[in-house]
Design a protein around this ligand. Structure first.
Ligand SMILES: *Cc1c(COP(=O)(O)O)cnc(C)c1O
Length: 425
């Protein structure tokens, strides 16, 4: 592979053209393994950022893609429809709550978030109320497009860089009580105050249920989410749940909001929706939201991307739902959770470890100091695993098909990195 060309001309996520860190050349991937051109076989601990839940090169997903590509890869969705979209949306409605009845298919997670925010704004516009603020949590992450950025944590993201251009929204303290800790009612205090003080301007609350992903890998108590739903109802504010990272079994429930027995008004899905094959997202809304939006002056929901409901992506997503319907994910994520709960606490005594967290097929080690990305990446590759930390967070969300020896290997690699001081700043 022409790595020199890559280095000189191709941007990778959040990288510099001046001093790009090395990228590892992948030749192929299968099951839980990523095979490098240089011969190494890496056990995957990332599911390619939450998405490859069934592992790579899956026969059922491959065959769905092959069949669909021989029918058609794409047709426009304006005025046309097709079986792949209908099949997928049927499955999405069956998996989620009864109240969610309308699906908007788009191309990426960030766009699903944009769509959800636009729905909420149009909802209040249709009701003749001018509400243009969103209430969200600190330490959240909702994507890299502008509206998504505006509800992402203001300190550890890009707010200062784009100040003056980004709309300013309202941030409440993120929950402090961990998933497994005893619930403390005070945790909701700041959220409650901010909602009470501003509810007449707030179009919707948007947050990641139970697990805050790229904003800090925090796993919080279901009672917080229950309280949020209750307060939104009391103050007549819509609740948007961003399940782009947590959806489709990752937390041990099909959707993380099911840990709290609540229902959203609008739900954003993405990442694992195609089992990691290609980009697709979905925003689901209740009939009340959808019909109010469309009963307004605009007369419709104002959005329609070129590649909306791409048939190839929908066919693979439907096949991914079929694998989930076999219900093996439940025992798989439970077994991974069990293993994390046994292996991670052993790292507690390590001087570089601040905290460990886990839930479902997610395991997190928060270090006391940031990693040295180049060094720790090389260390992991040498150990035969693929784990990509950020800042002080070393985290794993392996494919559901991972076997006990794979999880062991991942945790062992994290432990060995902790014992190598050159892996940290
Ligand atoms: C990744 C992510 C997004 C953005 O999705 P993209 O497909 O990267 O645009 C939004 N919200 C959450 C919670 C995510 O994890």
């Amino acid at each position: 592979m022409d790595l020199e060309f890559d280095r000189q001309h191709i941007w990778h996520p959040y990288t510099s053209t001046l001093n790009p860190l090395p990228c590892y050349p992948v030749e192929r991937a299968a099951g839980v393994s990523i095979f490098l051109e240089t011969g190494e076989q890496l056990i995957d601990g990332m599911s390619s950022w939450w998405s490859a839940i069934h592992g790579y090169n899956h026969p059922h997903l491959n065959s769905a893609a092959q069949q669909q590509i021989n029918q058609m890869s794409h047709v426009m969705f304006g005025g046309l429809t097709h079986a792949p979209a209908i099949n997928l949306c049927k499955k999405l409605l069956k998996m989620t709550d009864n109240a969610l009845q309308h699906v908007f298919l788009a191309d990426s997670g960030s766009v699903a978030v944009e769509v959800s925010l636009k729905m909420a704004l149009q909802y209040w516009h249709a009701r003749g109320e001018s509400r243009s603020k969103f209430l969200t949590l600190r330490d959240g992450y909702h994507g890299d497009t502008f509206a998504a950025m505006s509800v992402t944590d203001p300190d550890n993201s890009m707010h200062s860089l784009y100040k003056g251009f980004l709309p300013e929204h309202i941030f409440a303290d993120s929950p402090k009580t961990g998933f497994w800790q005893p619930w403390d009612e005070n945790d909701l205090g700041d959220f409650k105050r901010k909602l009470e003080a501003n509810h007449q301007q707030i179009a919707a609350v948007i947050l990641e249920p139970i697990v805050q992903g790229a904003g800090g890998m925090r796993i919080y108590h279901p009672e917080f989410l229950k309280g949020v739903r209750k307060l939104c109802d009391q103050h007549n504010v819509l609740l948007i749940l961003d399940e782009i990272a947590t959806g489709f079994g990752r937390t041990g429930k099909l959707f993380a909001y099911q840990h709290a027995d609540i229902e959203p008004d609008i739900l954003c899905l993405g990442k694992a929706i195609t089992g990691g094959y290609m980009t697709l997202s979905a925003t689901l809304a209740t009939s009340h939201v959808a019909n109010t939006v469309c009963g307004g002056k605009a007369g419709c929901f104002m959005h329609g991307p070129t590649f909306m409901a791409n048939p190839l992506a929908c066919a693979v997503a439907t096949a991914s739902m079929e694998i989930l319907e076999r219900n093996e994910w439940q025992a798989q994520t439970q077994a991974i959770e069990e293993q994390f709960s046994q292996l991670l606490p052993r790292l507690a005594e390590h001087p570089l470890v601040k905290e460990m967290r886990w839930l479902g097929a997610i395991g997190v080690v928060e270090a006391t100091t940031p990693v040295n990305m180049e060094k720790i990446q090389a260390h992991f590759v040498k150990q035969g695993v693929w784990i990509r930390p950020f800042g002080k967070l070393i985290y794993m969300m392996p494919p559901f098909i991972s076997q006990p020896q794979h999880i062991e290997k991942l945790v062992h690699a994290v432990e060995s990195a902790l014992n190598d001081p050159t892996c940290f700043q």
